[in-house]
Ligand binder design. Structure first.
Ligand code: ADP
Ligand code: TMP
Ligand code: MG
Ligand code: ZN
Length: 185
């Protein structure tokens, strides 16, 4: 029987990692075997954990290429969890589809959009192949409404669209506040 692919997307602080961890708990409570992975680039808190902004965490294997997921599994896992998929190359799709075909449930989470309002390709592709897409919202940092759908970068630098960080660099905002903030610049 095929597994299920669930993809959790949204802006920063929308609870993507927390939602992923809530599914980890379901397999954990059911004493089902699972493994969690995250890209090596995301070293904000600790290399071998997936950590949410409110500091709950689970052990995770750091990877730099999607193929490393297949190398690191035993074959009897019921579920695989991957956070920050926007930082993994698009071949992640092939790995995830193989796992699903082999009966493994795969839960992925990551940013759908960069702070420049461009798509993160790996997230887009995985959303298309998903059995379920969960789109989360954040509280808009500007107007306080629960309509935040995009991340806005509050510091000026030349680092480009891949730039690891947290509250010191990014806020989550709604569409109207995003437009206003970009006009002010
Ligand atoms: P993500 O992985 O999407 O960045 P996390 O699951 O790590 O999100 O963190 C979500 C938590 O961040 C929330 O439960 C809340 O405690 C906190 N938080 C901080 N700022 C905001 C915000 N603007 N909107 C919603 N939650 C926020
Ligand atoms: P988060 O979704 O769990 O908050 O983590 C998002 C990570 O992605 C964080 O390290 C900041 C980084 N990031 C980028 O590299 N580019 C972007 O455009 C945005 C919005 C975030
Ligand atoms: Mg996260
Ligand atoms: Zn707003």
């Amino acid at each position: 029987k095929s597994g299920r692919l669930v993809v959790i997307v949204g802006p920063m602080y929308s609870g993507k990692t927390s939602e992923l961890l809530s599914y980890v708990e379901i397999y954990d409570l059911g004493k089902k075997k699972f493994k969690a992975f995250k890209p090596l680039i995301d070293n904000r808190y600790e290399d071998t954990y997936i950590v949410s902004h409110n500091k709950t965490k689970v052990n995770a294997i750091p990877i730099s290429k999607p193929e490393e997921i297949l190398k690191n599994i035993d074959g009897d896992e019921k579920a695989i969890f991957i956070d920050e998929i926007q930082f993994i190359n698009e071949n992640l799709k092939d790995v995830v589809i193989t796992l699903r075909k082999n009966g493994v449930d795969v839960y992925c989470s990551g940013l759908d959009l960069t702070f420049k309002n461009n798509v993160f390709p790996t997230t887009s592709v995985l959303m298309s192949y998903a059995d379920e897409v969960i789109k989360k919202k954040a509280v808009c940092h500007e107007c306080g409404e629960y309509t935040g759908t995009i991340s806005y970068k509050i510091v000026e630098d030349e680092k480009g669209e891949i730039d690891v960080g947290g509250f010191e660099k990014y806020i989550a905002v709604c569409r109207d506040c995003y437009t206003k903030l970009n006009k002010k610049k």
